[in-house]
Design a binder for this molecule. Structure first.
Ligand SMILES: [Fe+2]
Ligand SMILES: [Fe+2]
Length: 262
């Protein structure tokens, strides 16, 4: 099973680029399943129900979020209605929505789990205990299991990869918007990448207009971060997973510039 995963997509440049890559690869039959992190899809801050609908239409099978999950108020009620849009599984259980979903495909069921790190991040429950509880639960799970580890610290993400090695198909980091070059198949068969990177404008500071971010750093004063517009790229990874065993066969890092889509 070929699975495309996209790093945090930022604003309308990110959404457009995601649709170009995921749409083309899906309609050409090059990918069976698409997971994308959409926590910055709405002008850089969260996601709205309408935009989530557009991204599902564009080819996403499951959308994950992160620490920006609550930035758009309309999403609160929608999370309970749309099981394919995930908040962190280790957020308070009283939060709307869920942190995992199992989706049926022609090649078998795929489970996606969203986790949020705790190092240099707003407080949440323990992601290690949360994922362990889920994997040991009776909840229906596919053989193929993809984990989005949304976290700041490389150590916490690598630790999660090792913690889940052999128990899930892939652990893929999001949140930093900077792609790492450490893709690997871990010893027990789990594909791993510390950060998928960003789907959005690269001529920026993490997707935002350089001047507006510099103003904040240089003066310490609040500044409205506009979404940047130039050098738009798709960043993520392409996985090949054995749908019988759930083990990963291959992970390939992707960086695609606007206009040179596959
Ligand atoms: Fe984030
Ligand atoms: Fe992000």
């Amino acid at each position: 099973m070929k699975i495309l995963v996209a790093g945090d997509m930022v604003g309308s440049p990110g959404r457009t680029m995601f649709a170009r890559v995921a749409g083309k690869m899906k309609s050409a039959g090059e990918v069976d399943f698409v997971v994308a992190n959409a926590e910055n899809a709405a002008g850089g801050r969260g996601i709205t129900p309408a935009l989530a609908g557009e991204l599902f239409q564009a080819g996403a099978d499951v959308l994950t979020l992160g620490d920006h999950v609550w930035d758009q108020k309309e999403i609160v009620g929608y999370l309970d209605r749309e099981p394919r849009l995930l908040r962190g599984a280790n957020m308070a259980s009283a939060c709307p929505g869920k942190g995992w979903v199992t989706v049926d495909t022609a090649k078998g069921a795929v489970t996606v789990i969203s986790l949020i790190g705790r190092v240099f991040m707003p407080p949440n429950d323990c992601p290690f205990q949360a994922v362990d509880r889920f994997l040991n639960s009776v909840e229906r799970k596919g053989r193929v299991i993809i984990v989005d580890m949304h976290a700041e610290a490389t150590s916490e993400k690598i630790a999660m990869g090792r913690f889940l090695d052999g128990r899930v198909s892939a652990v893929l980091g999001t949140h930093t918007h900077v792609q790492t070059a450490d893709e690997a198949i871990l010893p027990k068969g789990t594909a791993y990448l510390t950060d998928l990177g960003m789907t959005g404008p690269k001529d920026s500071v993490l997707g935002r207009d350089v001047e507006s971010v510099l103003r904040k750093f240089v003066t310490g004063m609040p500044s409205q971060f506009k979404v940047a517009t130039e050098d738009v790229r798709f960043e993520g990874a392409l996985l090949d997973v054995d749908e019988q065993s759930g083990k990963a066969k291959r992970i390939q890092r992707l960086q695609v510039a606007f206009g040179s889509e596959p």
